[in-house]
Design a protein around this ligand. Structure first.
Ligand SMILES: [Fe+2]
Length: 465
């Protein structure tokens, strides 16, 4: 775990922050004197220094300058601990590479968040300064050099070459340069894929609103007016870099959340598929003779749907609805379902009630409302003489008309409790006779087409998922 050193003269504050950070697993050391800070930093590999800013700030800043000048410890990340009544020289703090400020006293959550953010920050941000005036390059280098990795280019062309080689985190671009001016550089940048969202701050002496508008139009995120007020320049640069990081982190987070959501959806989908399938197996197990009936009907229904031009997702829905079309049979006594002989009128009524019982079972599943449609109306006839509601023609939902044909085909082409499977010719004839009376003629014709292609009468044995 990362090592954190806290240096502050305020002992209570020291203790509080130490407790908070130890609680979440950081390796924390504390000292109260500035004099020992450099020795302590040199003794171990500290990742982060939380440094109290004294009232004059001078001692703290001097200490940081010494730290930055010492190659063994110059890379340590620094957050300043600031008392509420102290007005911080923020520009100077950033110039010295401060990552953030924690106000004292503060909430543990804020301490944790800021420390985590700082630890996560892996390297200094790179700023590419482009200016044809060597003196300006030197000024920026001196001012930004401690907190940032500063690179310089003396022309637009050189800058573009450097950017193609390695994308910086921010571009500080002089507007007026010979050969290629700032507008042209931004224009070229818009054509480089990797430079999408590269923040550009333009430095210009043209302090008029028209130029400002043109700069934003050309893709600049901000502009600094010459002569530069360095305190302002540094803070603007820093804010823009922070903003860019925030945007990038947000995008990464959204991407990650989407990925998680898709995975959850996939799991839920697969749970629902497996549940429906398990239920279909339970339905089929009720009648040993028609074992596999639901799965076969589902397969035939899906094939019909495919031939009707339904989308893959519609085909899947029809498959699932067909899998559960006989769910109401769970509520019918086995003695009646399995009865080898002829059913009495009362028993027949009980069998018929599997449609409404299935409907009752499935109607509460609001996320898949079409499930109950197949269960309730798959015994309706196209001529209106079916049950339970005597619906007619296209009053019967299409999904139920499809299942009706698939169901009857399977009933005839598989062994039942009271007879063997019928010959294919007979099955074909029954379907053909039923066109327009029992079955939707268009859907029935698709079934006939499937039968005609099945020259060896093998379709019924090819049941899989
Ligand atoms: Fe049925």
């Amino acid at each position: 775990m990362e090592k954190i050193l806290i240096v502050d003269q305020d002992e209570i504050n020291l203790l509080v922050i130490e407790m908070v950070l130890k609680e979440i697993g950081y390796d924390v050391a504390t000292i109260t004197s500035f004099e020992n800070c450099i020795n302590e930093l040199s003794s171990k590999q500290y990742e982060l220094l939380l440094l109290g800013l004294d009232v004059s700030q001078e001692n703290s800043f001097k200490l940081v300058e010494k730290i930055r000048a010492n190659p063994d410890i110059s890379e340590v990340k620094i957050i300043f601990l600031v008392s509420n009544n102290v007005k911080v020289d923020i520009a100077n703090a950033y110039r010295l590479g401060a990552l953030d400020f924690i106000k004292k006293p503060t909430l543990p959550e804020e301490i944790i968040q800021k420390v985590r953010d700082a630890i996560r920050k892996k390297k200094k941000d790179t700023i590419l300064v482009v200016d044809d005036e060597p003196a300006n390059l030197l000024t920026f280098n001196n001012l930004l050099g401690i907190g940032y990795n500063v690179k310089t280019a003396s022309s637009g062309r050189e800058a573009l070459d450097m950017i193609r080689e390695k994308r910086p985190d921010l571009l500080l671009l002089d507007l007026h340069m010979p050969e290629m001016d700032g507008f042209q550089v931004m224009n070229y940048l818009s054509e480089i894929d990797e430079c999408e969202n590269l923040p550009v701050i333009v430095v210009t002496a043209d302090d008029d609103l028209d130029t400002a508008a043109e700069l934003f139009q050309a893709g600049a995120m901000d502009y600094l007016s010459k002569p530069l007020v360095m305190q302002i320049a540094i803070q603007r640069i820093r804010r823009i870099i922070e903003l860019t990081h925030l945007q990038r982190d947000l995008k990464a987070e959204v991407k990650q959340k989407n990925k998680e959501l898709m995975l959850t959806n996939k799991r839920l989908q697969s749970l629902s598929d497996q549940t429906i399938f398990a239920l279909a197996v339970a339905i089929d197990a009720k009648d040993s003779y028609t074992n596999g009936h639901s799965r076969r009907v589902a397969q035939y229904a899906r094939e019909i749907a495919k031939r009707m031009g339904k989308t893959l997702s519609e085909q899947k829905d029809i498959f699932n609805v067909a899998l559960l079309h006989d769910v109401g049979k769970i509520a019918i006594p086995e003695g009646i379902i399995d009865k080898p002989g002829k059913l009495t009128p009362v028993e027949y009524e009980i069998i018929k009630s599997h449609t409404t019982r299935g409907y009752d079972i499935l109607k509460t599943i609001s996320v898949m409302p079409m499930l109950y449609i197949g269960a309730r109306w798959h015994h309706e006839r196209f001529d209106g003489n079916g049950y339970p509601d005597g619906k007619k023609g296209t009053e019967i939902p299409e999904i139920a008309r499809i299942i009706c044909v698939a169901d009857c085909y399977d009933a005839m082409s598989s062994d039942r409790s009271y007879r063997k499977a019928l010959p294919q010719e007979t099955v074909r004839g029954e379907i053909e006779n039923g066109l327009g009376t029992q079955f939707d003629p268009e859907i029935g014709r698709i079934m006939l087409e499937m039968i005609d292609e099945d020259t060896e009468y093998k379709m019924r044995s090819k049941v899989d998922r």
